[in-house]
Design a protein around this ligand. Structure first.
Ligand SMILES: NC(=O)c1ccc[n+]([C@@H]2O[C@H](COP(=O)([O-])OP(=O)(O)OC[C@H]3O[C@@H](n4cnc5c(N)ncnc54)[C@H](O)[C@@H]3O)[C@@H](O)[C@H]2O)c1
Length: 398
């Protein structure tokens, strides 16, 4: 008989709601037993909203609740380390939302605390678990796109929904830390987690909002295999939330669109009102709702993997070590943006060695085949290179 889990939810904000909606959805057997909020009123409102038995204004009381076996950290970034320490001290499994921390050093301390305590740890990176991504990853691992050469991941929206995100001290940065963390882990999943991120080149700027942190950034991540990751993040994009990924391989291509074009488009002149989807800007006109937001954003498969992993005594797909690697890549991005140069990713690597992307090798009469072309008149043409002279030649067949 599968186990059921009792959760202490730390935080009653947007992610506390999404996580609890996921856990309590579809008659789920895993339940939030106690919720922590600084404010008694918000704790009581959360209890009421989700049918949670207990609330408390003490983190220690929440994590130490005797019924609770799992702590979910859904607090602002600057509170993750303290919350994880409390959960680990209480001997509870701990699942931490993204980003794991504000820096690789902080992430490393979180990882060490959990490993020293010997409790289960998981990194709640939902966008690696969207149903589309899971299927695309399975196809990639089965060889459908050949060797992965380039992965592009984009997350942009008009900016976060709470004050603390905008304060680089509390958040650890701007759009890179908030959104780039998702993109980096999506990219790592496609290029292979055993593929070391070697160096990055990043541009970041504060273009629109009156803040110190970056509200736009683009970065290239070069992996050991030669593959490159590219992320684009923005807090100034208008029109909702744009979540897109592209994978280019030697044998195929994948394009994923998670949010604004999911096949559900609706026009309304008004009247119905209310919530459309996360970061949607308008409630009238053409809209792009999301059918089952917590499932399509990966939360459902993510919690399933976390609890299955706990019961099966294995690591989850997304570990706290993964969260640490993501922070190390983001730290390198900030250093690169400041120096305007390619910058090494500094990290304690556990992933092993990845082979270089394979180059295609085919010859025809001693000449190297570079490409085969199909001409409009039906004939085929080979583009060849003579290895002796270095000359490039066309050869039309048939
Ligand atoms: N897709 C995702 O995985 C995803 C989405 C959104 C947020 N997050 C992450 O979840 C965490 C929380 O973000 P959110 O969107 O829920 O933020 P939020 O502002 O909606 O909620 C934050 C919660 O923490 C509480 N809080 C704020 N400052 C506090 C303090 N000093 N002490 C105690 N409680 C405090 C707030 O009252 C609120 O309940 C962040 O780490 C964020 O990056 C993840």
């Amino acid at each position: 008989m599968p186990e059921s889990h009792r959760v202490a939810m730390l935080g009653t904000g947007l992610i506390g709601d999404f996580y609890t909606m996921t856990l309590h959805g579809r008659r789920g057997r895993d339940r939030v037993e106690v919720v922590y909020s600084r404010s008694e009123e918000r704790g009581a409102a959360f209890r009421e909203r989700w049918g949670v038995p207990h609330s408390t204004t003490s983190v220690e009381e929440a994590v130490g609740h005797p019924e609770v076996d799992t702590v979910v950290v859904g607090l602002p970034n600057h509170m993750h380390e303290e919350a994880v320490a409390a959960a680990a001290a209480a001997g509870k499994a701990v699942l931490v939302t993204k980003p794991l921390a504000r820096s690789a050093a902080e992430a490393r301390r979180i990882l060490d605390t959990v490993e020293r305590a010997g409790v289960f740890g998981g990194y709640l990176e939902d966008l690696v678990y969207t149903p589309k991504t899971l299927k695309a990853l399975a196809s990639t691992r089965a060889g459908a796109v050949g060797d992965v050469l380039w992965v592009r991941s984009r997350e942009t929206h008009p900016g976060p929904h709470s004050a603390w995100f905008w304060d680089a001290g509390q958040a650890g940065g701007g759009a890179i830390v908030d959104l780039g963390c998702h993109c980096i882990e999506i990219i790592r999943s496609f290029v292979g987690k055993g593929n070391r991120p070697v160096e990055v080149m990043c541009w970041a700027d504060t273009l629109v909002h009156p803040i110190e942190a970056e509200d736009n950034a683009i970065a290239l991540i070069r992996f050991e295999s030669g593959a490159v990751g590219q992320f684009e993040v923005s807090w100034t994009f208008r029109g909702g939330m744009d979540l897109r990924d592209e994978v280019a391989g030697t044998e195929g291509t994948i394009w994923l669109n998670h949010f604004l074009r999911t096949g559900f488009e609706m026009f309304t002149s008004g009247g119905g009102g209310g919530y459309v989807a996360e970061k949607a800007e308008v409630e009238t006109g053409w809209q792009f709702p999301v059918g089952d937001e917590v499932a399509e954003l990966g939360y459902a498969d993510m919690f399933t993997d976390m609890f299955d992993a706990m019961e099966q005594g294995r690591q989850p797909v997304e570990t706290l070590y993964d969260g640490y690697v993501v922070n190390a890549v983001m730290d390198a991005c900030y250093r690169s943006a400041a120096s305007r140069a390619w910058t090494p990713v500094e990290l304690d690597w556990r992933g092993g060695v990845a082979p270089r992307v394979a180059r295609a090798e085919r010859t025809e009469d001693g000449l190297v085949v570079i490409k085969e072309e199909h001409l409009p008149d039906g004939r085929r043409k080979l583009i060849l290179k003579d290895p002796a002279s270095g000359a490039f030649v066309d050869r039309v067949l048939g």
